[in-house]
Ligand binder design. Structure first.
Ligand SMILES: [Zn+2]
Ligand SMILES: [Zn+2]
Length: 259
């Protein structure tokens, strides 16, 4: 059942939970939420094992989802996730339900479980793509694989990457300088960043296009890609400061950094 490149359910859950525990001070997620995250991860990891082979052979995410929906496998994994995560079980998960969930409506029996099943499929597909090719290079805040809008940037080996909170795909936006993923404006003139004292986490705002996003500034933060958006949520504590300071407004760039 598990593919040769599969991470395995236990290892996947362990990596996510461990990294969220290690960076507890950064993200500030509470125990209760962590418990739910663990249950969902266990369920999704199992679902990912089941769809891995299909994900590896799929030409696109749309093709994969279409196949899962038409062959009944989507209902199977959505049901598995519902049972494991304690959610309402779906009775159907065909093209109609997929379209409904993707339009943002999960308010029907099993809707949330179907969303989590679609996420498991997307994560599986993103992993397969990242295993066979390098991350794409593009200035965009929209995930090129699943179309979700990302608000999370991180730094690796002198480059800045975005990571998708939905599928975990990652793409390179810029080099040394953390450029705005939407319009490529750069600090200090057009982008202001408020960060903690140790400069591990920051909230950036672009004065040119108005986009705000979170940055894990510390290269040494090591966690599975899917955990990075959760860890970066800790940057929300700077939102008030960013808005109050009008950071990113062109005239106020000098104050963009806080020690
Ligand atoms: Zn994505
Ligand atoms: Zn911008």
């Amino acid at each position: 059942m598990s593919g040769s490149s599969g991470k395995g359910v236990r290892r996947r859950v362990l990596e996510l939970v461990t990294s969220l525990s290690v960076y507890r001070q950064l993200h500030g997620i509470r125990d209760l939420e962590l418990d739910y995250i663990r249950r969902v991860e266990e369920a999704q990891a199992e679902a990912m094992e089941r769809v891995r082979r299909l994900a590896e052979g799929a030409g696109s995410l749309v093709d994969l989802v279409d196949r899962l929906a038409s062959e009944g496998l989507l209902l199977e994994i959505a049901d598995l996730i519902a049972v494991k995560a304690g959610l309402e079980r779906p009775s159907r998960a065909g093209r109609e339900e997929v379209a409904r969930v993707l339009s943002g409506d999960v308010d029907f029996p099993g809707g949330r479980a179907i969303l989590l099943a679609l996420q498991a499929a997307a994560r599986s597909y993103a992993e397969a793509v990242l295993e066979r090719e390098r991350p794409a290079s593009r200035v965009s805040n929209i995930c090129p694989l699943c179309g979700a809008a990302s608000e999370t940037m991180y730094r690796r080996r002198g480059s800045h990457y975005m990571v998708c909170h939905f599928c975990g795909y990652t793409w390179r936006v810029s080099g040394e300088v953390p450029a705005c993923p939407r319009c490529s404006a750069t600090p200090p003139l057009d982008v202001g960043i408020v960060s903690d004292k140790s400069r591990r986490l920051g909230l950036a705002r672009c004065g040119r296009c108005g986009y705000t996003w979170r940055i894990i500034l510390d290269e040494h933060v090591r966690a599975p890609l899917i955990a990075l958006p959760l860890i970066a949520l800790g940057a929300e504590r700077f939102r008030g400061a960013v808005e109050a300071a009008g950071l990113g407004d062109v005239e106020d760039h000098e104050g963009g950094y806080e020690a």
